[in-house]
Design a protein around this ligand. Structure first.
Ligand code: ADP
Ligand code: ZN
Length: 436
């Protein structure tokens, strides 16, 4: 297939040139932040760094980190880089980890964000011929706004559905021949299951591609969605703190997401020591916004764990790639002394033939951790005998024990009974945190 790009000159720019561009932008951005963001200037002074010490990306390591705690301290205006009268938009995190963050945008910032989303849509095969169904939540959440703007930039016909009301999603998808679906992978899986229940086969669904992100999902889940909907499913990554979706996006190779390096400078660090790790190492992803004006975060610690790679990509893009994040450093639970990632549970469910609709509930009784996993029953494996259900629960618990090394209690619950907030699944309820 012939490759198309939204901004070819950037997306295929030789690496040395990208680095030069990043260096120039970084020098300017550090000066901007020093001049306009007293909160960060104080952090720099504490570290004994001034803009004069930053000559290019090789000096990035000298700058202090920002963390979610800083964003909370500085809430709401403390990290603003422009007067409010120059800002045109506020968005907020979805609060998956309980703490909302607000981010500000000038028109310039909205533009560059929408360009990033447009790159993702074109990489997924989108053009002005396409009908893009945006089923991410609209409103404060960045998913809807970002993909909506990106779709306009590409010139696609945009269907601003927002999330929820699945019956209507399906009706519009069918009646208006939507070709690209944008939503969270958990919602895509849900839409797929509903279509299947209604008797649609993949060839009766007009979609050709999906752009799914905003939460972790496994390769098995991708293949499942692709099969049910009859599409190619592309990953997209972003966070409110840096703008929203489109910080990185997948191309046809489906082997990681190209980071929009002209706007976001990525590093991988050791989450415990803060040391910068060489390319190819697994660690915490850190982003520096190179040209955002209103919310110009430098060295922001995402807590997302992943790996970067500059391996040549067959799509022709030279932008560095990040692997699918394997969960956040604070997503990892320690249950009975063992590290558990929700993605491990998901992998087991898919392997055992269940939909990845689950919720983990951890609590502490006396000194012991309880570990329960609620899993939606699979209609294909339906049984209404108590012994049949107990047998399925036992088999699942066993498979999880093999994967994790500890034994959960598995409870099968009715299909579609596990709640989604804004289409973003709540996978973990850790009640221990409430008692501490
Ligand atoms: P919140 O922190 O409240 O979830 P956001 O809505 O801004 O706020 O979500 C950003 C986070 O979502 C990222 O830091 C990352 O953990 C997760 N995320 C976004 N896209 C992906 C993706 N494609 N794969 C895995 N995780 C993702
Ligand atoms: Zn590529």
């Amino acid at each position: 297939m012939e490759q198309r790009y939204y901004q070819k000159e950037i997306e295929t720019m030789p690496v040395e040139e990208i680095k030069k561009l990043q260096s120039q932008k970084l020098v300017k951005q550090v000066q901007h932040v020093w001049d306009h963001v007293p909160y960060y200037r104080a952090l720099m002074e504490e570290k004994g760094v001034t803009p004069a010490d930053i000559h290019g990306i090789e000096d990035l390591y000298k700058l202090p980190f920002l963390s979610k705690a800083d964003l909370r301290d500085a809430y709401p205006y403390g990290l603003l880089g422009k007067p409010l009268k120059d800002c045109v938009r506020i968005q907020s995190t979805s609060g998956t980890t309980g703490r909302r963050v607000v981010a500000f945008y000038t028109q310039h910032d909205v533009d560059l964000w929408e360009d990033c989303c447009a790159r993702a849509i074109v990489a997924a095969g989108g053009s002005e011929e396409d009908v893009v169904q945006v089923a991410y939540g609209y409103g404060l959440f960045t998913g809807g706004a970002g993909m909506h703007g990106g779709s306009h930039k590409v010139g696609s016909l945009t269907l601003p559905m927002s999330s929820g009301n699945t019956e209507r999603q399906i009706q519009f998808m069918q009646d208006l021949s939507a070709t690209i679906l944008c939503c969270t992978p958990s919602y895509a899986a849900y839409i797929g299951e509903t279509l299947k229940e209604q008797g649609y086969t993949p060839d009766q669904i007009p979609l050709k591609a999906g752009i799914f992100g905003a939460e972790p999902w496994t390769e098995e889940m991708r293949r499942g969605i692709e099969k049910t909907l009859g599409i190619k499913a592309y990953d997209i990554y972003g966070l409110t703190e840096t703008s929203g979706p489109g910080v990185a996006f997948e191309c046809c190779e489906q082997t990681g997401m190209h980071i929009n390096e002209d706007h976001f400078l990525a590093e991988i660090i050791d989450p415990d020591t803060g040391e910068v790790l060489p390319e190819g190492s697994k660690g915490e992803l850190v982003f520096t916004s190179l040209d955002k004006e209103a919310f110009p975060l430098l060295r922001y610690r995402t807590r997302d764990i992943c790996v970067l790679s500059r391996k040549k990509c067959s799509c022709g893009r030279t932008l560095i790639k990040m692997a699918k994040p394997m969960g956040r450093s604070d997503d990892m639970m320690i249950i009975r002394g063992v590290n558990v990632f929700p993605s491990q549970i998901e992998a087991v469910l898919l392997k055992e033939g269940y939909e990845p609709n689950y919720q983990i509930v951890v609590d502490r009784v006396g000194n012991n951790d309880t570990f329960d996993v609620n899993v939606e029953m699979n209609p294909d494996k339906f049984t209404d005998t108590v012994s049949g259900i107990t047998e399925q629960e036992r088999a699942l618990a066993n498979a999880m024990k093999i994967m994790l090394g500890i034994n959960p209690k598995v409870h099968l619950v009715a299909p579609k009974s596990i709640v989604c907030s804004e289409g973003k699944a709540v996978r973990v309820i850790d009640k221990r945190k409430l008692h501490d």
